[in-house]
Design a protein around this ligand. Structure first.
Ligand code: GLN
Length: 541
């Protein structure tokens, strides 16, 4: 009998029901009872990973310590569980086929015909079991992206069916997330879409054990009984998932509905002890009863879709709660920023964050936003491309290097203060070839960066091809922009900051990828603190 237990989460009726949040909330509850748990996401698209996707397609690309470019749901998993994920936690159809075809080319199938069943489904099951076999987890939760009935997800659903059979009923739970829409005209909640969705799962050979029903309204008991009867699940396994004011309420809502108890009973895991959610509740208390407020403007290129900056907006929530401060974030398209309108756009804000990004579009607006923050002593935080823009701005306006730029934007710039990393120059493939994942950084004592972290050695996650050009470092430092964090092996600049400014920090890495509910990222916490201080000063002056 396997010692690891497996939970599968599928979705029906429509996408975007929040399978990732339900999976993360359930995982949180199981973890809070003292069990080790991880979550894995299968994405049924052909891209090998989301690294080459435009953020408008699937939102932000989340990067793990081991350098995997993954779906943004992994960010939720880490933020809820406060433990890192890795390459094995996100698998796409493309990755599965890529690996199977690679094996075929190596002759590993010994002349057999390679087919969806069993070869693709076996590969999918291997990815599921691999996490269990590490021995690190009591429970592995696997979320299947998309909806049942999608052509793309068929092999994944079939693999789940087989895994259920192979593992045995006491080791597996299937949770199906559906929608119970409310029809205004009829004044009624409707169960038919859920019935149809469960039928589709049944056709694929999977009887769900638990139904989690998203709804804008309370599900009355007669309606739960009806769903139970038509979908073959015990009535206490029809779980209501009402819309919540914050995603961080969902674990408590699921606890109230006893989702964790139903799951653990089915898996024959003891659940006598209540989950310990003290720290979580303390976070929620601070989040919901702020004693102050700041307004932050994020200048970015993909602002129409907030999922494009998911980890940044969540980091603000964590850091805001830590400061018991409501953080009002305004998202501003960098293309709308000009030298002329900066005063109008930024004079009232308490902090400016210039976001990560790629390519030339909107870059000059970002540089203008940096200039305004620097000259007017507004707390500033630049992340990745944002840090690069801070460098370019300083070069142009303080060092007077006219036309200074990144070679990403102008390969012929006379002053390439941001340049492509040497080992990137020969790379032609776009997928998985950036400087990715966790790298060490050494902080200089006496700097803002050091006082923020409180220690010298840190490790942060990266996703970029260009870097600060060390040829100019001396000039920058003499003029007041210092490198306060550097990679100890390569000397790559990881953090820049201004000496003569209340808070002006740029990081080449992505701190937002490591902020969690229980561990808000110190750079965000200090940025909010600086914004609060700046606001107070404005009021007093
Ligand atoms: N485009 C920049 C680079 O590749 C910054 C990347 C980013 O912001 N993630 O270096």
């Amino acid at each position: 009998m396997p010692s690891t237990k497996y939970i599968f989460v599928t979705g029906g009726v429509t996408s975007s029901l929040g399978k990732g949040i339900i999976a993360a909330s359930l995982a949180k509850l199981i973890q809070a009872r003292g069990h080790s748990v991880t979550i894995q996401k299968f994405d049924p698209y052909i891209n090998v990973d989301p690294g080459t996707l435009n953020p408008y397609e699937h939102g932000e690309c989340y990067v793990t310590d081991d350098g995997a470019e993954t779906d943004l749901d992994l960010g939720h998993y880490e933020r809820f569980l406060n433990s890192p994920t890795s390459q094995g936690n996100n698998v796409t159809t493309g990755r599965i086929y890529y690996d199977v075809i690679t094996k075929e080319r190596r002759g590993e199938f010994l002349g057999k015909t390679v087919q969806v069943v069993p070869h693709i489904t076996d590969e999918i099951k291997d990815c599921i079991y691999k996490l269990g076999k590490t021995g690190n987890y009591d429970v592995v939760i696997t979320e299947i992206g998309g909806c049942v009935g999608d052509i793309e997800s068929l092999p994944f659903i079939e693999a789940v069916r087989q895994a259920r059979f192979e593992l045995g009923p006491q080791n597996v739970v299937s949770i199906h997330l559906t929608l119970i829409p409310y029809l205004n005209a009829a004044g009624e909640l409707k169960t038919k879409p859920t019935q149809h969705s469960v039928k589709q799962l049944l056709e694929a050979g999977i009887q769900p054990d638990i139904l989690v029903c998203r709804s804008e309204h309370h599900l009355p008991s007669d309606l739960r009984r009806k769903i139970a009867l038509f979908c073959n699940v015990p009535v206490n396994c029809v779980i209501e998932a009402r819309d919540a004011s914050t995603i961080y309420d969902v674990p408590l809502l699921m606890r109230k509905e006893k989702l964790d108890e139903r799951v653990l009973t089915k898996l024959k895991i003891s659940h006598k002890k209540e989950p310990n959610l003290d720290q979580w509740k303390d976070f929620l208390r601070r989040l919901k009863t702020p004693t102050s407020e700041v307004s932050i403007t994020v200048v970015g290129k993909y602002v129409e879709l907030q999922d494009a900056y998911k980890s940044i907006s969540e980091s603000f929530i964590h850091a805001g709660a830590e400061n018991e401060c409501k953080t009002r974030v305004t998202w501003l398209s960098s293309e709308d920023v000009t030298a002329e309108n900066c005063e109008k756009l930024f004079s009232e804000v308490d902090g400016i964050l210039v976001a990560p990004g790629f390519g030339e579009r909107g870059i000059e607006g970002k540089i203008e936003a940096v200039r305004y923050a620097r000259e007017n002593k507004i707390p500033f935080f630049g992340i990745c491309l944002g840090m690069q823009c801070a460098t370019i701005e300083f070069a142009r306006n303080v060092l007077k290097l006219k036309g200074a730029n990144s070679t990403e934007m102008n390969p012929k710039s006379k002053y390439p203060v941001i340049d492509m990393m040497e080992d990137q120059k020969s790379i032609t493939d776009k997928g998985g070839t950036m400087r990715l994942g966790a790298y060490d950084c050494h902080l200089t004592k006496g700097t803002k960066a050091f006082s923020t972290y409180g220690h010298v050695n840190i490790s942060e996650r990266h996703r970029h091809r260009y870097e600060f050009n060390n040829k100019y470092l001396k000039d920058f430092e003499e003029a007041g922009m210092i490198a306060s964090g550097v990679n100890p092996e390569t000397g790559l600049v990881e953090i820049v900051e201004l000496k003569d400014h209340p808070w002006f920090v740029g990081s080449q890495f992505h701190p937002e990828l490591k902020s969690t509910v229980l561990n808000p990222h110190p750079l965000f916490v200090r940025f909010i603190k600086a914004a609060l201080a700046s606001k107070k000063e404005k009021i007093n002056s």
